[in-house]
Design a protein around this ligand. Structure first.
Ligand code: NI
Length: 294
């Protein structure tokens, strides 16, 4: 009875098994599919061995072309996720026109750190925008803070990977410090930094040529790394501030973050509006050096 049925349907069973095996084999190919054009990685890019969950995934892909393609897929997924998670529009998300408003830019260097989230909450509460010049080495550890920075409407700039003086590095080392930071920021937050603050403000012709990014310095420095008194830091900034200034702070000191409410309130009382660097300096050239709005 059973063998009769098997004989009758043997062809059908074979066909079904054949299709099933074919489908399993196809699904097991784990190279990225559907990516037609693949941009080349610049030869001076150094690829980060130790970072990221994705890197485990990316390590499986051996060629640089496939690596770039996979990174693009990851980046697209992040963009979609970011768009879904973005909260409703706040004042921070609105563009500030510095030709009309009297703008000032607050900038925070050397983070992200354990104080950065608290700082973001203060800025959100007071609806003030800022620019964060981050060190690549800390970006992964504070990935969710980096995402919040972008959601909240702040700008992210590059402060190199490990805070080395760029003027003493070889072009290859310099590129690694800069490109690796751009890459990890992009992977974590979905945006690529377009501005650079060289550590110690150290710039020479090689840095300008190699980085190919505008160098953003500062016009007000309250020395918050030495002066750990929040009210003194705030007083220095508020008394010095004028339209177009770029204020240097560091979100790696509790005292600097504590100073921010008084800084924001004091600058607003002087009629100043908070802008990102891109809003303050909309005309900046590719490789110029900027320390305030002209
Ligand atoms: Ni620094």
């Amino acid at each position: 009875m059973v063998s009769g049925w098997l004989k009758k349907h043997v062809l059908t069973i074979c066909a079904v098994l054949f299709l099933l095996l074919g489908w399993i084999a196809f699904e097991r190919i784990d190279t990225p599919r559907g990516v037609a054009t693949v941009p080349a990685i610049p030869s001076n890019t150094i690829i980060f061995p130790q970072l990221h969950k994705e890197h485990v995934l990316l390590k499986k892909v051996r060629s640089t072309e496939a690596y770039t393609a996979m990174a693009e897929v990851v980046q697209q997924q992040r963009k979609i996720q970011l768009a879904l998670e973005t909260p409703p529009t706040t004042l921070l998300k609105q563009k500030t026109d510095c030709l009309v408003q009297h703008c000032i830019a607050l900038t925070f260097d050397d983070g992200p750190s354990k104080y950065t989230e608290q700082l973001l909450n203060i800025l959100q509460e007071r609806q003030a925008k800022a620019t964060f010049f981050v060190l690549g080495v800390y970006v992964e550890r504070f990935a969710s803070v980096m995402k919040k920075m972008v959601y909240d409407g702040h700008q992210i700039g590059n402060h190199t990977w490990s805070h080395r003086n760029l003027t003493v590095l070889s072009p290859l080392e310099m590129s690694a410090e800069i490109n690796q930071t751009n890459y990890v920021v992009q992977l974590v937050s979905g945006v690529i930094p377009s501005i650079l603050r060289p550590p110690y403000g150290a710039i020479n012709q090689e840095v300008l040529q190699t980085s190919n990014m505008p160098q953003i310095l500062w016009s007000i420095d309250p020395n918050d790394w030495r002066q750990r008194d929040p009210s003194a830091v705030a007083a220095h900034i508020v008394s010095a501030a004028q339209r177009g200034d770029i204020v240097l702070l560091h979100d790696v000191y509790a005292s600097s973050v504590e100073a921010v409410p008084a800084i924001v309130d004091g600058l607003r009382a002087k009629g100043l509006t908070f802008a990102t660097i891109d809003e303050l300096l909309p005309q900046k050239e590719t490789t110029g050096v900027f320390y305030r709005q002209p």
